[in-house]
Design a protein. Structure first.
Length: 116
């Protein structure tokens, strides 16, 4: 079953590049996209000024909208053989992978909305 290589690439304050990738199944990729669409929808509906995700001790990546965030992802279909080779050398995930932080941001926004 073909897999998906999803790369994340952005700049932190025009100072340094923040990169990572993850090898995903098609189902995992669809779950990721659903999370990104949920982020877009809650940001628009609740008029949240920006999306902010932390990395490191005191650094945050900020995005004005979900489209700017989505532009940081590059998706490539890869064969099982390619996936196995990448995983052998780097693991299924390498570098900075933003989805746990984005899922946390979405959760916090939902809780905040429901409390109000």
């Amino acid at each position: 079953m073909p897999q998906v290589l999803v790369k994340f690439d952005t700049w932190y304050c025009d100072e340094f590049n923040v990169k990572g990738f993850r090898i995903m199944t098609r189902d995992e990729f669809n779950d990721m996209m659903n999370t990104l669409f949920d982020i877009r929808n809650i940001k628009k509906a609740d008029q949240i000024p920006y999306i902010s995700i932390g990395f490191g001790a005191n650094e945050d990546l900020e995005f004005d909208d979900a489209e700017e965030l989505m532009d940081c992802f590059d998706v490539t279909d890869i064969s099982d053989e390619q996936a196995n080779t990448l995983a052998y050398f780097f693991g299924k995930e390498y570098g900075y992978w933003p989805m746990p932080a984005l899922e946390g941001w979405l959760h916090d926004m939902i809780v905040e909305r429901d409390m109000n």
